[in-house]
Design a binder for this molecule. Structure first.
Ligand code: SAM
Length: 238
């Protein structure tokens, strides 16, 4: 796994910008993921090459489009740590909070970060995003918010944009077929104080898979009343 990750990071042009031991640490994370996946449902990808490319390198590609150094980041619906944990291993000065409604995955991630996160810059938050976003210390507070494979963009914006501070960014990891989703989310983005600053496509090294990151800048604080309760968010997306 380490070799694939190392070559992929070089292909993404990231080698000069990340710690020298990042490929080793990412490979160890991948190994721990595959081991735990035997007894806990963490990922549908079960082979080391797939983990290296479709998890590690897919998430690492975000470094091409955003500066993560010395920032705070909330990863909403982190699951087994994607992309938040990968971004932290590549950028140790990045303070990451991994948020998910499933506690057992977070317990596992805490153990992983204890082993891998030398700088101790990873913490976890258990619960639903729409509830955490109402807490004063979380609302309009993070430099960056990320989400991969969590929800349709309209819904995702209501879950994620409230956490971003004015001047910060929400990075939504999507497929290249997300054009319609983005069009449909225009109203939600505007209402929640966001503005699309870039849409970037990238090919995962060693594959023919092209993914997309939609970068949404927060230009105004979140309006009172958002996010709404989950039933409402789902029934009547913005
Ligand atoms: N981001 C990871 C990835 O790309 O591998 C996990 C994706 S998994 C398909 C979606 C995750 O989002 C699950 O772990 C689920 O528990 C979490 N999730 C979904 N809705 C959520 C919400 N409203 N608040 C917190 N977590 C949520």
């Amino acid at each position: 796994m380490e070799q694939i990750i190392s070559a992929g990071l070089a292909e993404l042009g990231l080698m000069g910008r990340i710690p020298a031991d990042a490929p080793t640490r990412l490979a160890r994370y991948g190994q721990l993921l595959l081991e735990k996946n035997q007894v806990m449902n963490l990922t549908a990808i079960r082979d080391p090459e797939g983990v290296a490319r479709l998890h590690m390198l897919d998430c690492a590609a975000l470094l091409k489009f955003c500066d993560f150094e010395h920032k705070t980041l909330l990863d909403v619906g982190t699951g087994a740590g994607f992309p938040g944990m990968v971004l932290n291993l590549l950028t140790p000065s990045l303070k990451v909070t991994l948020l998910d409604s499933l506690n057992k995955r977070l317990d596992w991630l805490s153990a992983v970060s204890e082993e891998l996160d030398g700088a101790q810059t990873v913490s976890t938050a258990h619960g639903r995003a729409e509830e955490w976003a109402l807490k004063k210390s979380y609302r309009d507070s993070f430099d960056l918010v990320t989400a991969r494979a969590v929800a349709d963009l309209r819904i995702l914006c209501e879950l994620c944009l409230p956490f971003v501070k004015a001047g910060g960014q929400f990075l939504a990891m999507k497929s290249t077929g997300s054009g319609q989703e983005l069009t449909a989310a225009a109203h939600a983005i505007k209402l929640l104080g966001g503005r699309v600053s870039a849409v970037e496509d990238y090919t995962i090294p060693g594959t023919e898979i092209t993914h997309r990151v939609i970068l949404i800048e927060k230009i105004a604080p979140t309006l009172k009343g958002y996010p709404r309760r989950w039933v409402k968010i789902q029934k009547e997306p913005l």
